[in-house]
Design a binder for this molecule. Structure first.
Ligand SMILES: Nc1ncnc2c1ncn2[C@@H]1O[C@H](COP(=O)(O)OP(=O)(O)OP(=O)(O)O)[C@@H](O)[C@H]1O
Ligand SMILES: [Mg+2]
Length: 293
């Protein structure tokens, strides 16, 4: 693993004073970074600052000396399509431009994988929003760049295509490429990323491994008890007197000591409830962000 990108105290302010403030993080080969945060948090501003699209940024962006501009590809939030070329040529030209080996074959592969087969000869103006997004993503996949930066690549894709696309990106990171992806599809991102950059109002709330993020924001004293059948109102009443109940099915409670686990199991068993399992509650990335918002 080798460091490929380092962002140091990056700030950018629009004229109205909005923007990003003192953002720092670094990535290595093989990293898949999820850039997350509410709409307006500063994700696109950060990406555009890293790429130098925005002028007069403060701070520094360091990229591995061995890489050149050609090794970095970018998919903006709004579409970048060559409207005068047909769909196939939009992707093929990118492959040629980037010097991709077996450019034609690679173009066909990528187009098939992303669900653009049959659309090769089509004029881009005849495509739907989601299909246009696929053209743009196909261009990125075919480009063989080392660092792939994507701003909301899945926003207008159907769930199946989005899932397939993120899987392809993850496969690319397994070959040592680095991906930075901003998205609101948190459940999907959680399956594929290894690092998280969480931004709120232009500032970093968290940067690090996905697992550290989940551990840090998971309330570890919540337990779920999976049981069969239902609980009578009477039983519910007595449980709520002893525990802070967050959910009834599965029975999810805040537990502070081992004795409390035993107590709740005893109450259930005494009332002839069959307990199947007990699990420490683990919130997903999406649940954590929703709770924080
Ligand atoms: N061109 C601009 N001029 C002035 N303010 C802007 C401009 N572009 C964005 N902003 C403001 O900067 C902040 C960050 O915007 P940004 O586009 O980076 O958010 P985002 O996290 O990408 O949101 P989304 O999820 O909606 O894409 C917002 O408050 C936005 O209103
Ligand atoms: Mg954005």
């Amino acid at each position: 693993m080798k460091r490929v990108l380092k962002v140091d105290n990056l700030s950018y302010y629009y004229e109205n004073g909005e923007g990003i403030k003192n953002i720092s993080f670094e990535l290595e080969t093989g990293d898949f970074l999820a850039i997350i945060g509410k709409s307006g948090a500063g994700k696109s501003t950060l990406i555009n600052s890293i790429l130098g699209i925005l002028p007069k940024i403060e701070g520094e962006v360091w990229i591995d000396d061995a890489l050149s501009a050609k090794d970095i590809s970018f998919s903006p939030q709004s579409q970048a399509i060559d409207w005068y070329l047909n769909v196939f040529d939009n992707v093929y030209m990118e492959a040629l431009f980037e010097g991709t080996i077996n450019a034609k074959e690679q173009t066909r592969n990528v187009m098939n994988n992303i669900g653009l087969e049959g659309k090769e000869k089509e004029d881009p103006t005849n495509l739907s929003g989601g299909q246009l997004q696929r053209v743009q993503l196909a261009r990125q996949l075919v480009s063989d760049s080392q660092i792939l930066i994507l701003d909301e690549p899945t926003s207008s894709l159907d769930v199946i295509t989005a899932e397939k696309f993120l899987e392809q990106l993850e496969n690319q990171t397994k070959t040592g490429k680095t991906c930075l992806v901003s998205s609101h599809d948190l459940d999907m991102l959680e399956k594929h990323c290894n690092k998280v950059l969480y931004i709120e109002e232009g500032e970093v709330v968290f940067f690090g491994l996905l697992n550290s993020f989940l551990d840090q924001y998971n309330n570890l004293n919540e337990y779920s008890v999976f049981y069969e059948g239902g609980l009578t109102n009477e039983l519910r009443q007595s449980i709520s007197e002893l525990f802070n109940v967050l959910e009834w099915q599965p029975l999810t409670v805040e537990i502070n000591t081992d004795e409390s686990i035993n107590l709740i199991l005893k109450i259930l068993v005494d009332n002839n409830i069959i307990v199947r399992s007990i699990e420490q509650k683990k919130r997903s990335l999406k649940e954590i962000i929703q709770l924080k918002g």
